[in-house]
Design a protein around this ligand. Sequence first.
Ligand code: PMP
Length: 432
Amino acid sequence: MTKDEILLAQKEFLFPSVFHYFEQPLVIDHAKDQYVWDADGNQYLDFFGGIVTVSVGHCNSRVNAAVHAQMDKLQHVSTLFVNEPQVALAKKLASLTPDGALTKSFFTNSGTEANETAILAARCYTGSSEIVALRHSYHGRSAMAMTLTGQASWRLGGVPQPGVIHAHNAYCYRCPFGKTYPSCELQCAKDMDEAIRTSSSGHIAALIAEPIQGVGGFITPPKEYFPIVRDIVKQYGGLFISDEVQTAWGRTGNKWFGIEHWGVVPDIITSAKGLGNGAPIGLTIAKAEVADALKGVTISTFGGNPVTSTAAKAVVDFIEEQSLAQNAADVGAYLRAGLESLQQKHSLIGEVRGMGLLQAMELVEDRQTKKPANLATLRILEAARENRILLGKGGLYGNVLRISPPMNIERSDVDRFLSALDKSFVQAGAVA
Ligand code: PMP
């Protein structure tokens, strides 16, 4: 098909809710490592990685070789039969969890399903059905996951599921209490107690939280936040579910899982995205007693598929062998410094935040009023496309630029990215 035929077919045969960036949609034809090419042959430096998913580079040769070999050996047999790739992956993942405390895995095909499984396990384990989620969160697109999600624009379909309340996140840049860290003494975290006592029965199944809120715009809580909310949630009988769909596999720097930066050991971790580097996989990994409480039968036809399991194992092995969590910390710090220099230059950049190779900039029209600069955000995305770099957008107000390149990039890639981004700010008319 020609590019125009592809675009016309997209319009005619796909749900319009399958939305895309840019006024003129970008058709991607192929990709390798940190680059993608459009249908006209233009090369782009991909600093969004297919929404925080391309962890070890597009079409990673090592991962793909393992996938090709497995495709020709055994592609699918369902979980009614045992297959080695699924078991080998589960065994490897158990060795990586915080304190080695989470040892049993359930595999599905997406982050949404991973979270559904986590909620189900927490409900079975505690006998309670009530869940606490955080404002500004994103947890997926099933009815339950949309209800957990703390952003109106991602909650479609009207009536939410019962049994979910939303507590305050730690959004220091826009503190809901109008305070400043650390003199705030973490009022947002302590408010968890009142949220549970006023908005639930007082017996909860779990708190589900992203260590860094991805779609919310890489909102990064201070170090005290999760230890405080974990203690409160435990007091009311709840489990701690860490949604690591975006934050796992070394992306936040030096740690396999984002939550490790807060020194909290969750009862359940969910993940997807970067674990498969593009292969559709969802992971729910739990403490053994929690996994064992999910009694009865439940099945995911494709979950634990030998091909996706092989892909995920190859991704994790690659991250380990190439020390990519370390690279994410090193190159991430370099990227962060560069973004902070841009902040000095462009008054539109209200805040730079994130960890490792998960970095964001919240754009505001005025640094005093913090009025979200959502139109300027769109202009910068368009200009960035012209300058052949890809980055993401997010935040409740649509005014956050999200940056999450493959974890095996180098400083020279960052230099190229920053110079194109700087140019994009200038072209979008955003210089101070
Ligand atoms: N949790 C988080 C934190 C996510 O970022 C996402 C996807 N953006 C999901 C869950 C849902 O994952 P999926 O789109 O694979 O269902």
